[in-house]
Ligand binder design. Structure first.
Ligand code: ZN
Length: 465
């Protein structure tokens, strides 16, 4: 059986292509067989089968709406979902470390397994509803580290997205070793149950509703992690051939602390332990200097910037354009401010223009970071070219309720993305060729029930504050 997702305006940002009345043909396994006009794809089905009697073609007519590849959020924190609407007594931070101390560290030190599960599933639903099909999460729960990643995995399996999970190991309360144990157990279980091959870093098998899981080694940030822990992380990185996912230079204090304690900067410290490389993600990098950029470039380390979060915490603005000039693969994340990648890309270029007082910069780079650089990160981590339309690869697609009021061409679709598509709702989401959201309705589970249960769990959680 073949399915033809057709009659849409197909935008392929990776290959810089727009196909009017375009579509995608894919098979039962979810593998893409063709990307073309809807008419040409119909013809292709006949060519493929060569026998009309065997032909069974399902047409999914999107009625002129816009088809895009599934998007990637390269830095998220599912665990912070219950912060939405949370009131904290005497909350009055004067700087970034006080924000962590008065809100995030307090919150992640109160989470139970049930709360971790619900925080994750509601965040994943949010991702699904914004057309994000691959999420790279960074989890923290000092109160409940052991077994925490399994709770998130359970949520991913139900929602059916692709996700890379990790636990942000930290020594801030003396639990670094426990965090390392959880990380190793999760990675080895994932490998053992699926592959039994240590070298392979890809977990590419559909489980339950279709979640596809990978894992990284998480670190909170240089200023809360001791040398002995970094040493152990380096060993695990080597043993399992996985990348590290850490915050880096988010606030100036991270760099200052590192210089004071170790006489070197954060990127140098990570590099000295061999933690960098093309599978590693350093989130933020707001305060790194050019020497550090050079190291990131030389080691092919990915940087993920989170503009809304940086503005929210008033920590500064990453010099994205300079990092790109250094040849660094700079991607985009939300840092849990939302799960909306198009609006994050829009915020990034507006922020760059505002900071540099230059109304001509950052626009193309923002779209490229979302659609090209984030895809590259996924490729490095999963070893697969998801999130771009490629024949022979699994289909991850999003249909937006966007019928453009002006012509869309290969020369102007970036404008449509950041001025139009982002304000429209997501109609349909497909991962691995499997429909997870159809005409605005979640297909495989009761979203209403989960959100209702989550409100009850969140209310109980808030009583801890
Ligand atoms: Zn973060």
């Amino acid at each position: 059986m073949f399915t033809l997702l057709g009659n849409g305006i197909l935008i392929d940002p990776f290959n810089n292509k727009v196909i009017d009345n375009g579509g995608i043909l894919y098979n039962e396994e979810g593998t893409i067989l063709g990307i073309d006009t809807t008419d040409n794809l119909r013809k292709k089905v006949f060519e493929l089968t060569k026998d009309e009697k065997k032909l069974y073609l399902k047409i999914f007519d999107v009625k002129g709406k816009t088809i895009l590849p599934g998007m990637v959020c390269a830095h998220h924190h599912f665990y912070s979902s219950f912060a939405r609407g949370l009131g904290i007594k005497n909350y009055n931070p004067k700087n970034f470390v006080q924000i962590l101390d008065q809100l995030w560290w307090k919150l992640d030190n109160k989470l139970s397994k049930e709360e971790i599960y619900y925080s994750a599933i509601v965040a994943l639903i949010d991702c699904l509803r914004r057309g994000v099909t691959t999420v790279i999460d960074h989890h923290e729960s000092q109160s409940c580290q052991i077994g925490s990643l399994e709770q998130i995995k359970k949520a991913v399996d139900i929602v059916g997205l692709r996700a890379s999970l990790c636990l942000g190991v930290s020594d801030r309360y003396g639990n670094g070793i426990e965090g390392l144990k959880e990380s190793e157990d999760f990675i080895s279980n994932l490998r053992g149950s699926i592959f039994n091959i240590k070298e392979k870093s890809v977990y590419d098998k559909r489980i339950s509703a279709g979640g596809i899981i990978n894992a990284m080694l998480g670190l909170h940030a240089s200023f809360t992690v001791e040398d002995k822990t970094l040493k152990e992380v380096a060993k695990l990185k080597e043993k399992y051939n996985v990348g590290v996912h850490a915050h880096c230079g988010e606030d100036l204090s991270d760099e200052e602390e590192c210089i004071k304690k170790y006489g070197i900067r954060v990127v140098e410290r990570f590099n000295n332990y061999g933690l960098l490389g093309n599978k590693t993600i350093l989130a933020h990098c707001v305060h790194i200097d050019e020497k550090e950029m050079k190291i990131l470039s030389d080691t092919k380390t990915n940087v993920v910037v989170n503009p809304e979060s940086n503005m929210n915490n008033a920590v500064g603005c990453a010099d994205v354009l300079k990092m790109l000039d250094y040849g660094i693969n700079v991607g985009l994340g939300t840092d849990a401010m939302s799960s909306d990648m198009l609006s994050t890309a829009r915020t990034l270029f507006l922020m760059q223009r505002h900071i540099k007082q230059n109304s001509t910069i950052g626009f193309v780079e923002s779209v490229d970071m979302l659609f090209k650089n984030n895809t590259k990160i996924v490729e490095n981590i999963f070893g697969k070219e998801y999130n771009k339309f490629k024949v022979g690869e699994y289909l991850d697609a999003v249909v937006f309720n966007y019928i453009p009021p002006t012509p869309v061409t290969e020369n102007n679709f970036y404008g449509h993305l950041l001025y139009g598509v982002l304000y429209s709702s997501v109609d349909t989401v497909i991962v691995n060729g499997k429909i997870l959201l159809k005409e605005g309705q979640v297909e495989n589970f009761s979203e209403k029930d989960i959100l209702k249960e989550s409100r009850v769990v969140a209310e109980k959680f808030w009583e801890k504050f």
